[in-house]
Design a binder for this molecule. Structure first.
Ligand code: C2E
Ligand code: CA
Ligand code: CA
Ligand code: CA
Length: 278
């Protein structure tokens, strides 16, 4: 009976565990997590390929769940986007980044680029302009160039997107199209927007070593960005071979595990100083 009792309690625990984040609970869980301060931010260095110095960071949201452990943002953000929760999550994220910003600026001698991921769903919400202005005003003056990374996925209404992009640029925020190549957009679609950066998805970067069918597409994308005078950021750079190829093909910035994983603010500060001193 001891064994039976043990097995039963393991069974019950497993059930509770697996139902913890089922569809009905996710919304409640995110709200509880927000209240309970379970979310935090990590920053991944972005390297300028010409100088090979870290010139900015991308802020990435993290959730340390008390039972599930670390929940990947891919999981909870996709969910939050279908509900209204993405706005609250992003507001929280912005507050966390702003709180780190005074320290972060001390790692850089020049104006650093501070990239934030913005869901296209958020751009259509009434609070969007206020959320953005609150964030920018909370940053130390003139210390950062804010960059919003926006995926083309979910950007259905082109007219509205153009309007929002123009508003952002009037407020000195730069715009990057994130995960370029994974969405639906044709290359020509880019011409409609006033953009600053194109972030080349990891899938393309992986194709450099692997000689896959999509490898020639990367070259086409890089030629087009040159024509459109867009700066480029390659994400998911993991090998020197990839880095060399991207630098030789004029990619402006490199980001990936080859240089650094996303780091907490304390470790990040030392990392940037060491890296940029060399
Ligand atoms: P993303 O914007 O494409 O972010 C880059 C992701 O690739 C990050 O995963 C990062 O840790 C990972 N990565 C960076 N370098 C490498 C590499 O060399 N190799 C590999 N294998 N992976 C690399 P993460 O942090 O799990 O984020 C996943 C996605 O979640 C992000 O993709 C972004 O779309 C979304 N996300 C994260 N934070 C936020 C946020 O605050 N707001 C919104 N809207 N989305 C967010
Ligand atoms: Ca991103
Ligand atoms: Ca990306
Ligand atoms: Ca990606």
């Amino acid at each position: 009976t001891l064994l039976g009792g043990l097995l039963l309690s393991i069974f019950v625990c497993t059930l509770i565990y697996h139902s913890y984040l089922n569809r009905h609970n996710v919304e409640k869980e995110i709200l509880r997590g927000l209240k309970n301060k379970e979310f935090f931010v990590e920053y991944q260095p972005v390297i300028e390929s010409r100088s090979m110095k870290i010139t900015g960071v991308e802020a990435l949201l993290r959730w340390q769940h008390p039972i599930e452990g670390r929940i990947p943002p891919d999981l909870f953000i996709a969910y939050a986007e279908t509900q209204g929760l993405i706005v609250q999550l992003t507001q929280h994220m912005m507050a966390l980044v702003a709180a780190d910003a005074h320290e972060l600026q001390r790692a850089f001698s020049d104006k650093a680029k501070l990239s934030i991921n913005i869901s296209p769903h958020h751009m259509n919400k009434v609070s969007f302009h206020d959320d953005v202005l609150n964030f920018v005003e909370a940053l130390p003056e003139n210390a950062f160039q804010v960059v919003f990374e926006i995926t083309e996925r979910g950007m259905i209404d082109t007219e509205a997107a153009i309007r929002e992009f123009n508003w952002l640029r009037r407020h000195k925020i730069e715009i990057a199209i994130d995960d370029f190549g994974t969405g639906h957009s044709a290359l020509i679609y880019l011409e409609k927007f006033t953009l600053d950066y194109l972030k080349i998805d990891r899938g393309f970067v992986m194709s450099i070593d692997q000689k896959t069918l999509i490898a020639p597409v990367l070259d086409t994308v890089l030629r087009l960005t040159e024509e459109l005078k867009l700066k480029t950021v390659a994400e998911g750079v993991e090998t020197h071979q990839q880095a060399d190829y991207l630098r030789n093909h004029g990619v402006t910035y490199l980001q990936g595990f080859l240089y650094s994983k996303p780091l907490g603010i304390t470790v990040l500060m030392d990392f940037i100083r060491d890296f940029n001193e060399k």
